[in-house]
Design a protein around this ligand. Structure first.
Ligand SMILES: [Zn+2]
Length: 590
C-alpha cells in the first residue's frame, strides 16, 4: 500500500495499541479463557462468534470469517482508508507521525482543501444558528415541524436556514475567509462583470441540507425552497471537495448499518433518507434527484452486495430505477425493487404506515428483473404473437446485461412462462442476440392462435346492457381484471350500477384521467362488439376469465415448485405440488 508513513512508525503504533480496547468501543466483549468474545459487528448473530485475541492482537469471526488486526478493524468498522486508521490510532497512543515532504503543488492543494472544508463547516454552523434564531428561523422551523422533523434529527443532519438577504452569510464569514475562498466553496457568487464588491450569497431563503463525505465532513449543500418557487432544490456547484456524482446522501451515517445488514436501501430524496433514519431504518442512502453514477454504485459496492431500490412510482421514478439497475448491475450488485403505492414516497409511506410496514415492504421487494418482466407482461398484450414478441423484446436488453449465466437462464425461463413463449427458442435467440449484440429477437410463440380476451369482452358487455352488467357485477370482482385500464373502466361502471345510474360511455369519459384508458373507452364506445346472446356471452367470458386466472396460478405454482426443488426444500416442493394438483383439478369441468 502506497503511503507516506514510515514502517517503523506503523510498527510502533500497532504495538502500542490494544485491540481489546479498540474493539470494545464498538463491541461488548466478554472474557472467555485467553480470548474475548462478542457479537460480530460485521454480521448479525445471536450467539457470539466474534473472537479477539489480546496475545496475538487480532480478531476473527467464526460466523462470517472476517478477521484482521487493529488497523483493519478500524478500517472496516469506520470505513476508513489505511492511512486514516493509522492516524487515529497514532493520536490515541501518542505517536507522532512525521509530516511527509510535499512538493509545492501538493501543499497548495492541501491548503485549498482545508480552507474549503473549514468554510463549509462554518457555513453549516451559521445556517443552523439561523434556523435556531427565534425570528429569522421561525418560518423554516414551522415548516420542518409541519413535516414532523423536530429535535434531535435537526442537529444530527445539521439542518439550517439561509436568510432571504443578499449578503448575510458573506458578512458573517467575511472576517475569516476571503471572497475568493467563499466563492471557491460555492457559497457566494459574483454578479456578471461586476467589481469585487458585487458578491452575493448563493443560497437565500432556503432550507439548508449539508452534504457530507464518508467521514461526516460538510462538503456542500442541498438547499430546498419552502413554498412556491423555482428551482425547488439548489445544490452547491462542483468544487474540488464536492463532486455531484460521487456523493450519496446519508452515506456517512448509513455505511456501518449497511455493512451489518448486508443491504443498502436506495431512495431518491433527502427527506426520504432523513425520515428513514429518524424512524430507525439506518441502512438508507439517497441519490437526490441525480441519475445514479458508476462512482455512486462503487461507493455502495464497497459496503454491500445487495441494494433495494425504492423510487417514486411515477414514470420518471421508473426510468430512474431502470437506469440505476443497469449501473448497479455493472458493479455486480444484486438489485431488488419495491414499488410504493401510487402517490407515496418513502417519507410519506413511513409517516403514514410506520417503519415496521416499510421494513416489511423492503422484505417483500422483488428482484428487479422479475418485477420488470411482470411489468412488461402485465402491460403488454400477451394474446397476440406480435404482443408477446414485443414483451420479449422489451425485456431482452436487460436480460442481456445479467452476467451470471445460471441466473440469466432462470430469468429466461421465467420470461418464457410469463409471456407464453418456448424458452428453448428464446434462449437460443437470446444467445444469438448476445453474441451479435442485437437488441431484438424473433421467437416463435407457442400459442399461434389468437385467443379472444375475455376481460375486454366483459367490458364490452358491461357497457352494452344493464341487465348483463348487473350479472357480471355479481360474479366478477374488480381485482379479477388483470388489465389496469379495463379494470378502471369496470370500476366506473360498477360505481354507476351501485347508485342505480344509467351506464353511458360519454359520462364515463368525464371520469377517466388517463389518456390510454380514455382512448380504449372511446374505442369500445364507437365500435361495440355485437353479441347474439349477451347473457350467454357473459357466461362464457366469465368462465374463460376464471380459467385464465387458474392457468396463471398454475404457472406461478410451477415456478415456486421449481424454486423449491432447486433449493432442495423437499417438503415445501411437495406442499406446492399438492396445491398445484388441486388447482389443476379445478380446471376439469365437473
Ligand atoms: Zn461475523
Amino acid at each position: 500500500m502506497k503511503h507516506f508513513i514510515p514502517e517503523n512508525i506503523i510498527d510502533e503504533i500497532r504495538s502500542r495499541s490494544d485491540i481489546v480496547e479498540i474493539v470494545s468501543e464498538v463491541v461488548v466483549l466478554k472474557k472467555a479463557g485467553k480470548y474475548f468474545k462478542g457479537l460480530c459487528p460485521f454480521h448479525s448473530e445471536k450467539t457470539p462468534s466474534f473472537t479477539v485475541s489480546p496475545d496475538k492482537q487480532i480478531y476473527h469471526c467464526f460466523g462470517c470469517a472476517t478477521g484482521g488486526n487493529v488497523f483493519k478493524f478500524l478500517m472496516e468498522t469506520q470505513s476508513l482508508p489505511f492511512v486514516e486508521a493509522v492516524k487515529i490510532l497514532a493520536s490515541k497512543v501518542n505517536v507522532v507521525i512525521p509530516s511527509p515532504r510535499k512538493n509545492a503543488t501538493e501543499s497548495r492543494q492541501e491548503k485549498e482543501r482545508e480552507t474549503l472544508l473549514k468554510s463549509n463547516r462554518r457555513a453549516a454552523e451559521y445556517f443552523t444558528a439561523t434556523l435556531d434564531h427565534p425570528q429569522k428561523g421561525k418560518k423554516a422551523r414551522e415548516y420542518l415541524e409541519s413535516r414532523s422533523f423536530t429535535g434531535e434529527i435537526l442537529s444530527k443532519y445539521q439542518l439550517g436556514w439561509s436568510t432571504p438577504n443578499w449578503q448575510d452569510l458573506m458578512n458573517a464569514l467575511g472576517q475569516k475567509f476571503s471572497h475568493r475562498d467563499l466563492e471557491n466553496a460555492g457559497l457566494i457568487k459574483q454578479k456578471d462583470g461586476g467589481s469585487s464588491s458585487n458578491y452575493y450569497d448563493r443560497f437565500r431563503a432556503r432550507l439548508m441540507i449539508p452534504l457530507q463525505d464518508l467521514y461526516g465532513n460538510v462538503i456542500g449543500f442541498g438547499a430546498r425552497i419552502i413554498g412556491e418557487g423555482e428551482p425547488k432544490y439548489l445544490n452547491s456547484p462542483e468544487t474540488p471537495l464536492y463532486k455531484k456524482g460521487r456523493v450519496l446522501f446519508g452515506m456517512h451515517l448509513a455505511k456501518q448499518p449497511m455493512r451489518q445488514q448486508k443491504q443498502a436501501i436506495l431512495v431518491e430524496g433527502y427527506f426520504d433518507q432523513i425520515r428513514a433514519h429518524q424512524k430507525g431504518i439506518l441502512n438508507v442512502v439517497a441519490t437526490c434527484g441525480t441519475a445514479l453514477t458508476p462512482e455512486q454504485a462503487g461507493l455502495l459496492k464497497n459496503h454491500v452486495n445487495s441494494v433495494v431500490l425504492v423510487f417514486d412510482s411515477d414514470s420518471a421514478g421508473k426510468l430512474a430505477a431502470q437506469r440505476g439497475y443497469q449501473v448497479l448491475l455493472e458493479k455486480d450488485l444484486s438489485v431488488k425493487i419495491g414499488h410504493l403505492p401510487k402517490g407515496h414516497d418513502p417519507d410519506s409511506y413511513i409517516q403514514e404506515f410506520g417503519p415496521e410496514n416499510f421494513l416489511q415492504f423492503i422484505e417483500n421487494a422483488k428482484p428487479f428483473i422479475e418485477s420488470y418482466i411482470d411489468d412488461a407482461s402485465n402491460s403488454g398484450n400477451l394474446e397476440s404473437p406480435a404482443g408477446r414478441m414485443e414483451v420479449v423484446n422489451q425485456v431482452l436488453p436487460l436480460l442481456a446485461k445479467v452476467k451470471n449465466n445460471l441466473e440469466r437462464s432462470e430469468w429466461v425461463r421465467y420470461l418464457s412462462e410469463k409471456a407464453g413463449v418456448d424458452d428453448n427458442a428464446l434462449l437460443k435467440e437470446l444467445k444469438k442476440a448476445l453474441t451479435q449484440n442485437q437488441s431484438q429477437v424473433k421467437v416463435a410463440p407457442i400459442r399461434s392462435l389468437d385467443k379472444p380476451n375475455p376481460e375486454l369482452y366483459l367490458v364490452h358487455l358491461l357497457l352494452s346492457n344493464q341487465q348483463v352488467a348487473r350479472k357480471i357485477r355479481a360474479r366478477v370482482s374488480l381485482d379479477e381484471f388483470s388489465d389496469p385500464e379495463l379494470r378502471q373502466i369496470g370500476e366506473l361502471v360498477y360505481g354507476l350500477l351501485d347508485i342505480e345510474q344509467p351506464v353511458q360511455v360519454d359520462r364515463l369519459l368525464d371520469q377517466v384521467e388517463r389518456p390510454e384508458t380514455r382512448a380504449l373507452l372511446s374505442k369500445i364506445g364507437l365500435k361495440p362488439i355485437a353479441f347474439d346472446d349477451p347473457l350467454k356471452g357473459a357466461d362464457d367470458c366469465i368462465t374463460e376469465l376464471k380459467k385464465a386466472h387458474i392457468e396463471k396460478k398454475i404457472i406461478e405454482l410451477k415456478r415456486l415448485r421449481n424454486q423449491a426443488d432447486k433449493a432442495g426444500k423437499i417438503a415445501e416442493s411437495r406442499e406446492i405440488h399438492t396445491q398445484l394438483r388441486k388447482v389443476q383439478h379445478s380446471l376439469i369441468p365437473g
